[in-house]
Write a protein of this length. Sequence first.
Length: 251
Amino acid sequence: MGKKASRRRMREEFHEHSKVRALFSGQAAWTPLDGAARQPQAERSYTKNVRPCSDNQRRLLESIDKRNLVVAVGPAGTGKTYLAIAKAVEALEQGKATRIILSRPAVEAGESLGFLPGALEDKLAPYLRPLYDALTERLGGKRLKALLAEGVIEIAPVAYMRGRTLNNAFIVIDEAQNCTYGQLKMLLTRLGWQSTMVMTGDPDQTDLLPGISGLGQVADRLATLDDIAVIRLEDRDIVRHPLVAAMLTVL
């Protein structure tokens, strides 16, 4: 014990008199864009209450609180899926919903994965991974596993949603740009009593053949109904790396 205490004391004295200091101590968050506007939220830690970073994000959160059906369309990185899942978790914790149902089309992004081994859940896991990531950040891995095992949170592909009536639930339809008009119509009509549905997607990044995606047409038609909110996010709402917004203006 004496030797360990002596070594510990020597280390403390060394660090106290050393000239070595933390590289970014007392400085603003580092950004890879020298001279660009610094992003104070570049390094984010978990926060219980999600706050909007733009006016359109604020409108999206307010619409989810006031409407039973919300459609959020916009480019990648605008927080559509994350905000929807954050509100779903909030509704579950506040008792506004008894379960969360997340649905996503099992469509590959430009390349085929081929045969996937394992049970059905294992085959679908690569397609549903983004939803698991967002839920893990909001709930933690251990609690998420427990809620999934209890059936409080259900993650299902679009193909398994036909014929269901979703009551007392918070439903998130993600990557809706990879659904046909008929699929979206089927999903929208699953809405039951005391439920909220949020549909998100980017019409400009569909993985379907040209003219097959139905998200743009559905959003335009639903925008004419007063009881449904259609929120259109823009490049200025992107909260990822600043280069994402810059690239989307030229690609």
